[in-house]
Ligand binder design. Sequence first.
Ligand code: NAP
Length: 259
Amino acid sequence: MDLGIAGKRALVCASSKGLGLGCAQALAEAGVNLVMNARGKEALELAAEGIRTKYGVDVATVAADITTEDGRSAVLEAAASVDILVTNAGGPPPGMWTDWERDDFIAALDANMLAPIALIKALVPGMIDKGWGRVVNITSQSVKAPIAVLGLSNSARAGLTGYVAGTARQVAPHGVTINNMLPGIHATDRAVSLDTGVSQQQGITLDEARQQREATIPARRYGTAEEFGAMCAFLCSQRAGFIVGQNILLDGGAVNATL
Ligand code: NAP
């Protein structure tokens, strides 16, 4: 299927590894030129070079923390007037509801709610001027079904979801769509770090922790960054112009709900 976006430009945040990298690769495969971002320069350059070599698109890189104002300024300087925005950042740490103080919530809100909102506010006006744009926010299945130990994530991502629900309807008349992708468990560094926590807590091996979690997923496996990226590229495509303000779950059936 021709996605019809060859030659467009995208900012993909937090994209040196994992789900962000999957999105960057799938957009590049569709012929989209990229601005890629992550904090660590080495992994970012490696990922960018891999994409340039494989797909022949232009890739600019900005090593910066997307959750800070300074980091965003640097990224936005390189990404002015992009057609496509994919927001992403690391997830907050797990814990108990009693663990979190105001500063912990502020950090989670900065990373997983206010950073994407600031990027949307900075870049969507340019998309509206052109009469075309796509925004995809990487959130979490925890928006639909809470993950108790990820209370900071549950809270911040729910806030972003509420903002997007209204905003998506305000920008849709201008040819701009905003949607959220909700990953269930995917085989990335983030999953390894959560499995490591479980293995230490329960005194089991990392493999056992993974098998235990895989057994809770109807698909009986973790998702891949490639599958995730393919959905992102579709949502950013010409074909997806009528998909507005949706929360697309990619979880192998883990959330047990009819709708
Ligand atoms: P990952 O494999 O750990 O990759 C995270 C990527 O984001 C890396 O490239 C990392 O590079 C970059 N990054 C992290 N913090 C950043 C920041 N402040 N500024 C710029 N770049 C940053 O994580 P992932 O599994 O792809 O997860 C991506 C998002 O999806 C997270 O918010 C996660 O909570 C959420 N999620 C993941 C899963 C899953 O199963 N994987 C499930 C639900 C939700 P640097 O460290 O060099 O910055």
